[in-house]
Design a protein around this ligand. Structure first.
Ligand code: CA2
Length: 148
């Protein structure tokens, strides 16, 4: 069975507890349980993870990429800074949909550039927690990308 990986970067463990006006009221656990229900109904498995450590995200991206399993990635602030994550995606030929809860282009200028976007298959930003659901739907509706 195909596994879809959802990888979350630094500070996303705080979701729903602080800055709800920017990031909404849903916690990461709530997003995970909704995505898990969708995956179960559609016959794929879900690996949902969060880390505050860049190297751990690199390891997870490499493993999923080399296994030809798709990744939904919210790299948080590392999106704007991490050549390591960019190289991991490129090096492992990972199929990544980049997601952001907020519209990074409508915020501070330091958030306008993503080092993930040039190596992502697609980018979904600004729809709050629904950004994750939209990314999942994109993978599920393009089953050619999924390993059987
Ligand atoms: O909009 C997004 O999804 C971001 O990836 C969220 C990151 C931010 O650095 C990116 O520019 C855009 C921040 C995640 C931190 O989330 C928090 C949630 C609640 C309270 C504090 C931080």
């Amino acid at each position: 069975m195909t596994t879809i990986h959802v990888l979350n970067g630094p500070n996303l463990n705080l979701l729903g507890q602080r800055e709800p006006e920017v990031y909404g009221h849903e916690t990461l656990a709530m997003i995970e349980s909704r995505l898990a229900a969708t995956c179960k109904a559609r016959g794929v498995s879900l690996a949902f993870r969060q880390s505050n450590h860049e190297g751990e995200l690199v390891t997870w991206i490499q493993a999923a990429g080399l296994a030809r399993e798709p990744i939904i990635l919210n790299a948080g602030a590392y999106s704007h800074t991490s050549i390591a994550l960019h190289d991991a995606i490129k090096g492992a030929h990972a199929h990544v949909i980049e997601v952001h809860l907020s519209n990074i282009h409508a915020r501070e200028s330091f958030r306008h550039v993503s080092l993930i976007s040039p190596v992502a298959r697609g980018v979904i930003v600004g729809f709050g927690a629904a950004s994750y659901d939209l990314a999942l739907e994109a993978f599920l509706s393009d089953r050619a990308d999924l390993k059987s």
